[in-house]
Design a protein around this ligand. Structure first.
Ligand SMILES: Nc1ncnc2c1ncn2[C@@H]1O[C@H](COP(=O)(O)OP(=O)(O)O)[C@@H](O)[C@H]1O
Ligand SMILES: [Mg+2]
Length: 264
């Protein structure tokens, strides 16, 4: 395939935790490819291994068996990896230090980059990022994490991404704590950013309705394996796996009606 530009490739990816009684095989031999510029969503129920996959993609975890390549190479140096691959996680409070102002932490996140912009440019980019998530930079001023709600903090995580503009974004349940209206704004903005940077995005969610809207391809996970994959129409309108059908039954009604209408 001439135009295919694979950036992530997993070959029989296995992750095990513990020993003896606590031994647990969490990823049971995953094989997948993610192409440059693609939006892939990994969908699955609770504890099926989604976040463990995210942690491998970010270089936080190493596989027990099998291989994971990023641009043809194994991920060995985390700092190198984070020049281009950045996360947004589910729990925004764990991503910010309670003892420093949010503004200073947003500016400090540029320290991960070897090629850091000037101070003035950093300020400009942080301001633009705050506006992008509907926060007036003047309102934030010297605010600390404990002064914001969960939803506001999650927008701070997004602001961090908008400021850093990574090539690859791994978003693990990134919009789970915000209301539907803010979520739509965030997704809109991510899509704009995606176009602007030709960013690759890996979304991780339990909501196949959300996956249906945003993805080029969907991987359905169950119990440490990928049970089905394809385009949103293939997966949501013509599901083959019972696990996919179950996820379709579980999605919020507003999404469900819409998909049902397309199925009919
Ligand atoms: N660091 C760890 N040590 C031991 N078990 C873990 C660890 N991280 C995840 N697990 C286990 O792996 C399974 C999948 O977890 P996770 O990927 O977080 O699920 P989810 O699909 O909800 O994101 C769970 O049973 C979890 O308890
Ligand atoms: Mg998770």
């Amino acid at each position: 395939m001439p135009n295919k530009n694979v950036i992530f490739e997993a070959k029989d990816l296995v992750k095990e935790f513990g020993h003896g009684k606590t031994h647990n095989v969490v990823l049971k031999g995953l094989n997948f490819e993610i192409e440059d510029g693609e939006i892939v969503t990994i969908v699955g129920g609770s504890a099926c291994g989604k976040s463990v996959v995210a942690k491998h993609l970010l270089g936080f975890m190493q596989p027990t068996k099998g291989e994971l390549f990023y641009k043809g190479k194994k991920i060995t140096n985390q700092r190198d990896h984070w020049q281009t691959v950045q996360p947004i996680f589910q729990d925004p409070f764990s991503a910010f230090n309670q003892f420093f102002s949010i503004r200073s932490q947003l500016e400090d996140s540029f320290k991960v980059l070897y090629k850091r912009p000037s101070r003035a440019e950093i300020k400009e980019r942080v301001d633009a990022a705050l506006l992008a998530v509907n926060v007036m930079p003047s309102d934030l001023k010297e605010k600390f994490p404990f002064e914001l709600s969960g939803g506001q903090m999650q927008r701070m995580l997004l602001a961090r991404i908008f400021a850093l503009k990574p090539q690859v974004l791994i978003a693990d349940e990134a919009t789970s704590m915000v209301d539907a209206c803010v979520r739509a704004n965030i997704l809109d903005y991510l899509m704009k950013l995606k176009k602007e940077l030709n960013m690759t995005i890996v979304f991780i969610t339990h909501d196949i309705g959300l996956a249906y809207y945003v993805s080029d391809r969907i991987f359905v996970m169950h119990d440490g394996g990928i049970v089905e994959h394809g385009t949103p129409d293939e997966v949501a309108l013509h599901p083959k796996s019972n696990h996919t059908i179950q996820l379709l039954e579980d999605i919020p009604d507003i999404h469900k009606d819409w998909i049902k209408r397309k199925r009919a």
